[in-house]
Design a protein around this ligand. Structure first.
Ligand code: NAD
Length: 393
């Protein structure tokens, strides 16, 4: 079939298999141009590996370090009448490319929070890969069922204390409007911590350790966003920020356990970027559109793959100095948080109107990147061609 994007609000409900494969290939090519990362891992598990930062992590592990990878994701497979989700096609393309390069690359399409998927991963690792040198935790999920209690928790993206009114860009009408978000209740904050906090990361590490699947010196990292004043009311100091704080707690607990095998656990702070997860956060489309405008002008703009290749090469596996903050997190967001950049974001935020959206911000770039997440608008792809939806993982 000929596949055109079907965008509804902040999601695109279909994906282009050839476009997704080309988008993955472009990231593989980027990593290859950077050369092999000395001392990189050889056996890697990426939890949340099919899109965004997790996908970039798996690509960097495979093509920047020559690692065997097991990826865990939760994606919709295609039927002959309906496309699969972008993450499904991304995983298929990455696994095919990695296997062609002689690497082991398998995926589990299932709920990473469940005991079944953890057991399946352990079985596959024991049979095919052996102990891990790196575990990346890159899940972004709106809900989690706790396998021990059977209770399902929903996360929320709400301020704490007072309602918050902010400017935003309506991605359907393409107009600047004002949105008020009511504050989270105590229960909503606790539920968000349950979904996006560190508990499941700890359970993964415990399960892998008990199965003898953490190699000497094994590292683990989970990804966070901290941001600045502009995003704090809806991110850093909001319900999701409390969940991210819980990652710090979990990381310290995991680090203590990993020290026994000469390993380490670190939270990695990444920059704000267009991904499926960030598009759903009310403040992010406008913030990112303004940020992209400024960082592209300054020549400091980076996408997922540049951030993650840099994280592996200069932070996780370097023998040189690392950019750590006082809490021991690895920082990759320095250029975004530069005072001059944030001051310009604030000024443009105040000025922007529907009429000036195109001039004052990089909303066009935001939309282009958004569509690329689903395989649309990727260079070299013929979008009028009849393509099959069915692709093997
Ligand atoms: P994303 O939506 O692109 O990726 C989420 C991944 O999680 C996908 O692979 C998806 O399949 C997987 N997933 C979701 N629920 C799952 C489940 N139940 N079982 C198995 N897999 C599941 O998101 P992203 O933006 O790449 O976010 C990844 C991490 O990076 C998050 O912790 C996020 O907070 C963090 N981060 C994102 C940004 C940003 O601007 N996008 C910035 C800094 C940090």
């Amino acid at each position: 079939m000929v596949i055109k994007p079907k965008v509804r609000g902040f999601i695109c409900t279909n994906a282009h298999p050839v476009g997704c494969a080309a988008h993955v290939q472009a990231q593989i090519d980027y990593v290859k141009t950077k050369g092999q990362i000395d001392g990189g891992p050889k056996n890697v598990l990426v939890i949340g590996s099919s899109t965004g930062y997790g996908l970039a992590s798996r690509i960097t592990a495979a093509f920047g370090c020559g690692a065997n990878t097991l990826g865990i994701f939760f994606e919709k497979p295609p039927t002959d009448r309906r496309t699969g989700s972008a993450g499904y096609y991304n995983s298929a393309a990455l696994q095919a490319a990695a296997r062609s390069a002689g690497l082991y690359a398998e995926g589990i399409n299932g709920d990473a929070f469940s005991d079944e998927v953890k057991e399946q991963a352990i079985k596959m690792l024991k049979e095919n890969m052996g102990p891990l040198d790196l575990v990346v935790y890159s899940l972004a999920s709106p809900r989690r069922t706790d396998p021990r209690s059977g209770v399902t928790y929903e996360s929320s993206l709400k301020p704490i204390g007072d309602a918050y009114t902010m400017k935003g860009v309506n991605t359907d009408t393409l107009k600047i409007d004002e949105v008020t978000v009511e504050p989270a209740t105590e229960e909503e904050i606790a539920n968000t911590i349950k979904v996006m906090g560190g508990e499941d990361w700890e359970w993964w590490i415990d399960a892998l350790a008990d199965a003898g699947l953490l190699a000497q010196g094994c590292k683990t990292t989970a990804y966070t966003y901290i941001g600045e004043e502009m995003t704090w009311p809806l991110y850093g100091h909001a319900s999701i920020g409390m969940a991210k704080k819980d990652l710090d707690r979990a990381s310290a607990a995991i680090d203590e356990k990993l020290q026994a095998i000469g390993g380490e656990s670190k939270v990695s702070v990444l920059k704000a970027l267009v991904t499926q997860a960030s598009s759903a956060i009310p403040i992010m489309p406008l913030y990112i559109s303004i940020l992209y405008k400024i960082m592209k002008e300054e020549g400091t703009h980076e996408g997922c793959i540049e951030q993650i290749q840099g994280l592996f090469a200069r932070q996780l596996f370097t023998t040189g100095d690392r950019d750590l903050d006082d809490a021991g997190r690895l920082r990759m967001d320095g250029l975004e948080l530069k005072a001059s950049v944030q001051a310009r974001v604030k000024a443009l935020w105040g000025d922007v109107t529907t009429e000036t959206l195109g001039d004052l911000t990089d909303f066009a770039g935001y939309r282009q990147e958004f569509l690329k997440l689903f395989g649309f608008g990727v260079e070299g792809v013929d979008y009028d061609a009849d393509v099959g939806t069915l692709v093997e993982l």
